[in-house]
Design a protein around this ligand. Structure first.
Ligand SMILES: Nc1ncnc2c1ncn2[C@@H]1O[C@H](COP(=O)(O)OP(=O)(O)OP(=O)(O)O)[C@@H](O)[C@H]1O
Ligand SMILES: [Mg+2]
Length: 275
């Protein structure tokens, strides 16, 4: 048995539920479409800081990748940076400068900030707007978040020079509501949220991924869609994981039909992964 036997067995071209940021698999659920529209409006209107929040696995990163790819490079200079636990002001600013193609990055955070301001001004003079996508922003400590406030002060008389799109889990929003963050929160002028998918959206999402992978439309029985939503809570990453495990479960049961029983059995086996 080769590793991909199950893919052939189900008549698929690829694993429909791989957990990747493959934007060709992006499905525009009503709320994802709305988020994309709102993000585009936010960028167009030149907000200094835009916040995109939602529970883990709801599609924040893939949605920002879709926006990033569609950006007009003659007007925007976008950079994408992942935050991580322990990231300092200096490393964040260094990462942004590196993405902007700077080779000689100065050693100190204050110098990096000055250089970033100069870069933003030069870009502005050339007709570009610097847009910083900062993903996993919930990992940033207070002092690093406060640098964003400084970035939001970069401006000409007419407009802000930089847009920061903060992408984070809801925990960041809860932190930002504490008094020390009041001045930063007041500078966030636009917010976009993603939530878990509804029952109907979960079904559409699964069908779309199956279709993109060459599956037969009746691979899942009608009751399996409801079970998939109930077990996953409608979070796309959890749907992917559950469905993938269901295929393997079905293989083990020597069937090529995913029923609600197969899904439930797969869910039970995944108990080991629950905290
Ligand atoms: N609308 C969508 N269309 C297709 N796939 C999606 C969609 N939304 C989410 N996914 C898939 O779900 C998984 C999780 O998405 P993503 O990594 O973007 O979530 P996230 O909100 O950024 O999670 P985290 O907060 O943990 O970083 C990915 O494999 C992604 O491909
Ligand atoms: Mg993410």
């Amino acid at each position: 048995m080769t590793a991909n036997t199950w893919i052939e067995r189900f008549g698929l071209r690829q694993n429909p539920f791989k957990d990747t940021l493959d934007t060709s698999l992006f499905f525009r659920t009503r709320q994802h479409e709305e988020a994309l529209i709102r993000l585009r409006i936010g960028l167009e209107d030149g907000h200094a800081i835009i916040l995109l929040t939602g529970p883990s696995g709801t599609g924040k990163t893939i949605a920002t990748q879709v926006v990033l790819r569609a950006m007009d490079r003659s007007r925007y200079a976008p950079v994408f940076v992942f935050a991580y636990p322990g990231m300092t002001r200096g490393t964040m600013l260094g990462a942004i400068l590196k993405e902007l193609g700077v080779v000689d990055i100065p050693p100190f955070a204050a110098q990096r900030l000055t250089m970033l301001q100069e870069k933003a001004m030069t870009l502005h003079a050339g007709g570009w707007r610097l847009v910083i996508f900062l993903d996993e922003a919930h990992f940033l400590k207070a002092d690093v978040l406060h640098v964003l406030r400084t970035l939001s002060n970069f401006e000409t008389e007419q407009e802000k020079l930089v847009t920061v799109l903060l992408v984070a889990e809801d925990s960041l929003l809860r932190r930002l509501k504490a008094p020390p963050y009041a001045s930063l929160l007041s500078r966030i002028t636009f917010a976009v949220t993603l939530e878990a998918l509804s029952r109907a959206e979960t079904e559409q999402y699964i069908k779309y991924r199956l279709l993109k992978s060459g599956a037969q439309p009746n691979l899942l029985t009608p009751d399996a869609y409801a079970a998939a939503h109930d077990h996953s809570g409608g979070v796309p990453r959890a749907v992917n994981r559950l469905l993938y495990n269901s295929f393997i479960e079905a293989m083990g049961q020597d069937t090529t039909v995913i029923t609600s029983e197969v899904l439930t059995r797969a869910e039970q086996r995944m108990a080991v992964l629950r905290g």
